[in-house]
Design a protein around this ligand. Structure first.
Ligand SMILES: Nc1nc(Cl)c2ncn([C@@H]3O[C@H](CO)[C@@H](O)[C@H]3O)c2n1
Length: 234
């Protein structure tokens, strides 16, 4: 076990799905995994390991924000040997062409700062998804007939930003959506030589101010889990 994860050695699979919400981790494990067992509940950040079509999978909550994800991703990679980490989560659309319920595959993740800023000093590192995972996720989404956008997203440090100037510059440069975890996940994956991808469902729209009804959130989340699993094991 580590400082923040109570799982025994061997209880975490090489493939890990990371929703922000631990209760989404519980729902996804119960819905998609066979033989799902609770392997972490330290600080309530639930993690489960089971199998999907015979493949071992762990679904571990990351919490909200890059500092929280950074703790779990570091320990999953360095202490438990995770080799493929796929964030599944929600985001806010920043482009008119993106609609509520669409899926976004994050090719890159722009940020103002990440927990890794101290590593880079003057280097402006470009956090990027694993192409093979991205390609397979795209194929899986197309096969499901889900409207999918692939491109850059913005990983914010705060939810209540009150920086309309930031939104404007991100939108002008084609940033598809805002969330709060992917940039650090991609940076850690690059640092430790593992694969990472963020598969996001559009739950809010910053321009139309629409929001995904809670009744639709479970279905949209289920599509993301399936896309992530098919990308990981295709
Ligand atoms: N900044 C921000 N803004 C919007 Cl419009 C979001 N929609 C979903 N999220 C995600 O959901 C959580 C915040 O509700 C975070 O984990 C973040 O990744 C968002 N985060």
């Amino acid at each position: 076990m580590t400082i923040h994860i109570g799982a025994e050695p061997g209880q975490i699979a090489e493939t890990v799905l990371m929703p922000g919400d631990p209760y989404r981790a519980k729902w996804a494990a119960e819905t998609f995994l066979e033989g799902a067992e609770l392997v972490n509940e330290v600080r309530g950040m639930l993690g489960f390991t089971g199998t999907w079509k015979g493949h071992r999978v762990t679904i571990q909550g990351s919490g909200m924000g890059m500092p929280s994800l950074s703790i779990y991703a570091n320990e999953l990679i360095r202490d438990y040997g995770a080799k493929t980490l796929i964030r599944i989560g929600s985001c806010g659309a920043m482009q008119e062409k993106v609609a509520i319920r669409d899926v976004i595959l994050a090719m890159s993740a722009t940020s103002i700062s990440t927990p890794s800023l101290s590593f880079f000093k003057e280097v402006n590192f470009a956090p990027t998804a694993d192409f093979d995972l991205l390609r397979k996720a795209w194929d899986a989404a197309q096969a499901k007939g889900i409207t999918t956008h692939t491109g850059g997203i913005y990983s914010a440090d705060v939810f209540y930003a009150e920086r309309p100037d930031l939104d404007e510059v991100m939108e002008r440069h084609g940033i598809l959506a805002v969330e709060m975890e992917a940039a650090e996940l991609y940076t850690l994956a690059a640092r430790f030589g593992v694969r990472a991808l963020a598969v996001l469902t559009v739950s809010d729209h910053l321009k139309t101010h629409e929001a995904l009804p809670s009744s639709d959130r479970e279905k949209s989340f289920g599509d993301m889990v399936e896309i992530a699993l098919e990308a990981a094991f295709a």
